[in-house]
Write a protein that binds this ligand. Structure first.
Ligand code: ATP
Ligand code: SF4
Ligand code: MG
Length: 327
């Protein structure tokens, strides 16, 4: 483990909705560390809790959500920080791209106004300097004809261009951390590949730390240094991306890898969808939540929840009583 102080440190984080019927625990005991300039991919199937984690970090959890644990950004505790402090951090220090690409864009405001207003809410700049910075940011995110785009409304842009503009808005005030929740799911395959390439370029140019959410292990594997796999609201595996992709130790991660069309299936597993489903929201199993679907489940798995424990030097950790043998 690095001695360098992390930019982001999440410890024992849980998110629950006690008012829901039945009450839902969407996340439990989540732990992660991210150093400045590094990238972390959050993966897991629908309902695993990826968005709940992505939202909790910048203080954007829905009303009714109870967030517990510790979320430290640059050493500052964000849990129970005031709404005003969180608003000040968001945009300026933490950029956020929501799962719904429309959410970042105000339909009634021109692209240029949205960029310059965001920038001027965090930095003291006159209108002319803000416009120049907006133009530069649109160029950086490779929006063609950027000067003309400043005068356009979001509905005049294609889905791919709208996504690039929302990335520009998230980055215009120069945050050190960008959280992007499934930034490519609404896009077609070619546009999606372009946005992924853009993330790679931006990471390198801006020395950004990135938390990237995806349901596809291959997508985060190509872009991220570290991977964190969520299942039913808990971390089941985390570690360096290359190690997790090449040698998944948790049976769920191995199944996710086998289900990814662009990854070579781990040894012994056919390319497949994962049969069965996660426990329904509000249902907490006593043992391992993956046990009903796991090919290696034994009696102990149904009775006792496996803790997240180190399995290899280099930081790989897995929550499994009987991890897959190292390849
Ligand atoms: N407002 C809410 N009230 C009750 N439960 C909620 C609420 N919002 C989310 N949940 C529950 O939290 C769990 C995690 O949801 P989340 O949106 O984080 O999943 P996800 O991994 O992002 O899935 P997807 O890939 O579909 O985006 C789900 O079981 C969901 O039903
Ligand atoms: S703890 Fe048991 S059921 Fe859960 S993943 Fe490991 S072997 Fe499978
Ligand atoms: Mg989501």
């Amino acid at each position: 483990m690095s001695a360098e102080a992390p930019l982001l440190a999440v410890l024992g984080v849980g998110v629950s909705f006690p008012g829901a019927r039945p009450p839902v625990r969407a996340l439990a005991d989540v732990e992660l560390r991210l150093l400045a300039g590094r990238s972390l991919g959050l993966v897991g199937e629908s309902g695993a809790g990826k968005s709940q984690l992505a939202l909790a970090i910048p203080g954007l959890s829905a009303p009714g959500a109870v967030v517990e644990g510790s979320i430290r950004f640059c050493g500052e505790e964000l849990i129970n920080a005031s709404p005003a402090r969180l608003r000040a951090l968001r945009g300026r220090h933490i950029g956020f791209i929501a799962q719904d690409p429309q959410a970042a864009l105000a339909p009634h405001l021109k692209v240029g106004t949205q960029l310059t207003e965001t920038l001027r809410s965090h930095h003291a700049l006159d209108a002319r300097a803000a416009r120049a910075a907006a133009l530069q940011m649109l160029e950086r995110v490779q929006v063609p004809a950027p000067a003309a785009r400043l005068g356009q409304y979001p509905h005049e842009l294609s889905g791919g261009l709208r996504q690039r503009v929302s990335i520009a808005i998230a980055l215009i005030a120069s945050p050190s951390l960008l959280i992007a929740d499934e930034p490519t799911t609404a896009l077609d395959v070619t546009v999606e590949a372009g946005i992924r390439a853009l993330f790679l370029k931006l990471r390198q140019e801006l020395k950004l730390a990135l938390v990237l959410v995806s349901h596809d292990l291959a997508v985060v594997g190509g872009l991220c240094d570290e991977i964190l796999v969520l299942y039913a609201g808990r971390v089941v595996e985390s570690g360096p991306a290359a190690a997790v992709l090449k040698d998944p130790r948790h049976h769920y991660t191995a199944a996710l890898a086998a289900a990814s069309a662009t990854l070579e299936a781990p040894l012994g597993l056919p390319l497949a969808t994962i049969a069965g489903s996660q426990p329904a929201p509000g249902v907490e199993l006593a043992g391992c939540a993956f046990a009903p679907r796991c090919p290696a489940a034994a009696a102990r798995c149904h009775a006792e929840r496996p803790p997240l424990a180190s399995v290899a030097a280099g930081g790989a950790r897995v929550a499994c009583h009987f991890p897959r043998a190292s390849a």
